[in-house]
Design a protein around this ligand. Structure first.
Ligand code: ARG
Length: 576
C-alpha cells in the first residue's frame, strides 16, 4: 500500500523546498509538515511551512510560499497548490488520486492503508488492575476500556503488545476479608454468586471497624498472619483470588477484553526484599527514621517527597511492588515500553517509580496514561441512589436493557435471540464509546440518554451508519463484487473518499498522546460524511460505473467503520 496523502504531500513539499533559492539557508533538519485542512473550502491539506520559514529567514511569508509552490511538483497527486491568508499553502488532491485510492484501499481490507510500524516495539500494557474482593467500580471502567483500545491500536500499528492485569491481590483489605470470612460468611451465597458475597463481607467488616478499635486490631492481626504464611489464612486468600478472578473474567468476556497475563501484586512478593537490598547497596535508597526511602533532591517538585520502599516495621509498599514489576517486565517480558493506564490521582506514585527506574539505569519507555473521573448528572462522583459506588457489572446490565428499547422500537419483528445479541452490542458499545469519545483527562458526565441517543456523536449513531452500509448489499441481494471502472462524478463521493483515505493518517496519531478520542471523532466524521453522500448520491437507482463506484464507496465505508469501531473495542451488528 502506498503512503498516505499527507505523507506523499510532505515528501513532495520537502522536495520543492530543496529546490528553492533559499534551500541553502534552511534550518538544519527542517522538515515541512502537512496537516489535514480544517476548512475544505480552500483545500484538502495545508502547510504552514512557509510561515515558519519566513520568520526564520526574515522574508515575507507569502513570497516564501510562492517560491515553494513554484518548485512544487504535484504529479498526479495534487492540483497546483494555492496560497491563503498570511502564507498557508493549500493542497487539493486530484480526482485521479481519489479514484485510485478507492481501489487500493479496497484491495487492502486488513490494514486499510495503514503501514505497520517500521520499528515495532514490545509494549506491556498495564490496565484495569482492580483490587480483589473490593468492588470493580466504574472508575475501573475507564482504565479497562482505554487500555484495551490502546492495546488494539498498537497491535494494529504493528507492535507486540502484552496485556497484563496487575490486580491488587495482596492489599490490606485482606485483613478485614479474612476476619469476615471466618465470622460472617454465608457459604450458600458464596457458592451461588461469590463476588457480591465477598463484597458484602468487605462492606460489613469495614462498617464494623469504623467504631471498633479492637476489631481493627484483630483484622490487622489476620493480615500479619497471612503475610507471615499462616496456612489457614493463605488457603482462604487463595480461594478469594480464585473466585474473584472468575467473576472478573465474566465482565471481561462481556467487554471483549483479553489479558495475556494476570500477574497481580502477590506475584512479586519474593522480589521485594532483594530489590530493597539492591537499591540500598547501589546507594539509590537510604535509611530515614527506620524506613528505607528513595529521595529525589534533583527534582524540584519532589524535593520533599521521597518514596518509601520499606516501612520501619519491615513491611513493603505499593511502590516496592511496582519496582519489582518493572524489573520483571523488562527482564522477562522484554518490554521496550510499559504503558500504565491508571487514574490521575496516582500521578505522584508513577513520577516517583519512573525516577527510581531511571536511577537504576533502566531504558524502557515508561508512560503514565492517566484519566479523569466519571461524574453523575449532578457533577459529583457517580454513585448509586443509595450512595454506594456504582458497580461495573450493573452498568453493563442497565446499558443492555436500555439498548433493547431502541431495537424493540426500530426493529420489533426481529427474532428474540437476535434482538438480545444486538442489544448487548449496542449497550456495551455505547458505554465504551461514551468513554472513548472524550479526551481521557476530562471528567465526563455519565448520562444514559446522551450515550444511547441515535443522533449525535454516539455508538448507536455510528453503528446505524454501519448498518446502512450493509443494508444496501442486502437490498442488492449479494455482497460487493470488485470490478468496473471506478469513476467519481459527485463532490459528496470525493469528500467521503478523502475521509476514508485518512483512516491511515488518524490511527497512528492515537498513540502520539494516547488519545482514542481522535479516532472516535474521526469515525463520527466518516459517519456524517457518509450520511451526506447517502442523501446526495443514489446508489441502486444508478447503473454501470456510477453504480459500481458508489457500491465500492459503501463497501469501503463499511470496512472503515467496522475496523475503526473494532479498534475502539466495539463490535458491529448487521441490523439494528
Ligand atoms: N490496583 C490499583 C488500583 O486499583 C491499580 C494498579 C495499577 N497498576 C500498577 N502497576 N500500579 O488503584
Amino acid at each position: 500500500m502506498a503512503k498516505t496523502f499527507a505523507d506523499q504531500l510532505a515528501s513532495r513539499l520537502n522536495d520543492a523546498l530543496s529546490k528553492t533559492d533559499f534551500a541553502g539557508e534552511l534550518p538544519e533538519g527542517f522538515n515541512a509538515q502537512i496537516d489535514q485542512a480544517q476548512n475544505r473550502q480552500f483545500g484538502d491539506y495545508q502547510s504552514n511551512a512557509a510561515m515558519i520559514l519566513a520568520k526564520q529567514l526574515r522574508k515575507n511569508p507569502r513570497e516564501v510560499a510562492a517560491a515553494i509552490i513554484e518548485q512544487f511538483d504535484g504529479g498526479t497527486l495534487s492540483e497546483k497548490p494555492e496560497i491563503a491568508g498570511p502564507g498557508f499553502i493549500n493542497f487539493r488532491i486530484t480526482q485521479e488520486s481519489l479514484e485510485s485510492v478507492l481501489q487500493s484501499l479496497l484491495n487492502d481490507p486488513d490494514q486499510l492503508g495503514l503501514e505497520k510500524a517500521a520499528e515495532p516495539k514490545t509494549i506491556v500494557a498495564d490496565f484495569s488492575a482492580p483490587n480483589v474482593a473490593k468492588p470493580m467500580h466504574v472508575g475501573h471502567i475507564r482504565s479497562t476500556i482505554i487500555g484495551d483500545c490502546l492495546t488494539r491500536v498498537a497491535k494494529f500499528a504493528g507492535h507486540t503488545v502484552i496485556s497484563d492485569n496487575h490486580i491488587g491481590d495482596w492489599g490490606t483489605q485482606f485483613g478485614m476479608i479474612l476476619w469476615g470470612w471466618k465470622n460472617l460468611l454465608d457459604e450458600t451465597a458464596l457458592e451461588t454468586d461469590p463476588i457480591p458475597e465477598l463484597l458484602r463481607i468487605y462492606r460489613d467488616v469495614n462498617a464494623k471497624t469504623k467504631d471498633d478499635e479492637a476489631l481493627k486490631e484483630v483484622c490487622k492481626a489476620e493480615l500479619v498472619k497471612l503475610q507471615g504464611g499462616d496456612e489457614e489464612n493463605l488457603k482462604i486468600w487463595e480461594r478469594c483470588i480464585e473466585l474473584s478472578k472468575i467473576g472478573l473474567q465474566k465482565i471481561y468476556d462481556r467487554l471483549d477484553v483479553k489479558f495475556d497475563y494476570w500477574l497481580g501484586e502477590s506475584f512479586y512478593n519474593d522480589q521485594l526484599a532483594p530489590i530493597v537490598d539492591e537499591l540500598l547497596a547501589a546507594g539509590i535508597a537510604e535509611e530515614s527514621d527506620g524506613a528505607i526511602c528513595v529521595f529525589f533532591p534533583e527534582v524540584e517538585k519532589l524535593a520533599d517527597k521521597p518514596t518509601i520502599i520499606r516501612k520501619s516495621d519491615g513491611g513493603f509498599l505499593y511502590a516496592t511492588t511496582d519496582l519489582a514489576t518493572i524489573d520483571y517486565r523488562i527482564n522477562e517480558l522484554k518490554a521496550d515500553a510499559i504503558w500504565y493506564v491508571v487514574g490521575a490521582p496516582q500521578q505522584l506514585h508513577f513520577d516517583q517509580i519512573f525516577l527510581v527506574s531511571e536511577k537504576r539505569g533502566q531504558k524502557a519507555e515508561l508512560e503514565f496514561i492517566p484519566f479523569g473521573s466519571i461524574l453523575g448528572k449532578d457533577r459529583k462522583m457517580l454513585r448509586t441512589r443509595s450512595g454506594d459506588t456504582v458497580q461495573l457489572a450493573d452498568v453493563l446490565d442497565e446499558a443492555v436493557v436500555r439498548a433493547r428499547v431502541i431495537i424493540d422500537e426500530k426493529n420489533p419483528d426481529l427474532p428474540e435471540e437476535e434482538k438480545a445479541e444486538i442489544a448487548e452490542i449496542i449497550g456495551i458499545g455505547s458505554v465504551k464509546y461514551a468513554e472513548l469519545s472524550q479526551y481521557r483527562m476530562t471528567d465526563y458526565i455519565f448520562d444514559w440518554d446522551t450515550m444511547l441517543a441515535l443522533k449525535g456523536n454516539t455508538a448507536p449513531y455510528l453503528l446505524n451508519a454501519y448498518v446502512r452500509t450493509r443494508a444496501i448489499f442486502r437490498k442488492l441481494g449479494k455482497d460487493f463484487e470488485p470490478g468496473g471502472n471506478l469513476t467519481l462524478t459527485a463532490d459528496a463521493e470525493k469528500d467521503l473518499i478523502l475521509k476514508l483515505a485518512q483512516f491511515a493518517e488518524v490511527v497512528p496519531s492515537v498513540l502520539n498522546d494516547f488519545r482514542p478520542n481522535t479516532l472516535a471523532a474521526y469515525l463520527y466524521e466518516v459517519a456524517t460524511t457518509y450520511h451526506k453522500f447517502w442523501e446526495a448520491c443514489p446508489v441502486l437507482k444508478e447503473e454501470g460505473d456510477i453504480r459500481q463506484t458508489r457500491l465500492a464507496i459503501c463497501e469501503l465505508t463499511g470496512q472503515v467503520l467496522r475496523c475503526g469501531l473494532g479498534l475502539l473495542g466495539i463490535r458491529t451488528t448487521e441490523k439494528m
